[in-house]
Write a new protein. Structure first.
Length: 101
């Protein structure tokens, strides 16, 4: 390889990855091209951060479900209108069947 460059993929001050480019010929720095690549790297960093957060939220939801399902006590939540928004299996047995609309 004759020339190459690297662009960090960041979210805030955290570097998530590095994009590396290599050429078989001498490459002169092109500020517009570098700005475009840095814009793509920024978008990629934001996408990676959202993907990680979505994965973390799904894991927390799964852990909550496991915890609620394993508790012998009835646990349920109410929304602002006083309607049951969630109930673990023990609470569902205590509350009885859902009323038909």
């Amino acid at each position: 390889m004759v020339s190459g460059w690297a662009v960090p993929v960041r979210v805030g001050s955290n570097v998530l990855a590095v994009l590396e480019f290599y050429c078989h010929f001498a490459f002169r720095e092109d500020r517009e091209a570098m700005a475009a690549i840095e814009t793509v790297a920024t978008s990629l960093g934001q996408m990676l951060a959202r993907t990680r957060e979505r994965g973390r939220a799904q894991e927390l939801y799964r852990q909550r479900e496991i915890l609620l399902d394993s508790v012998a006590d009835g646990i349920f939540g109410l929304d602002r209108r006083g309607m049951v928004s969630f109930a673990n299996p023990a609470a569902a047995r205590l509350l009885g069947p859902r009323p038909q609309p």
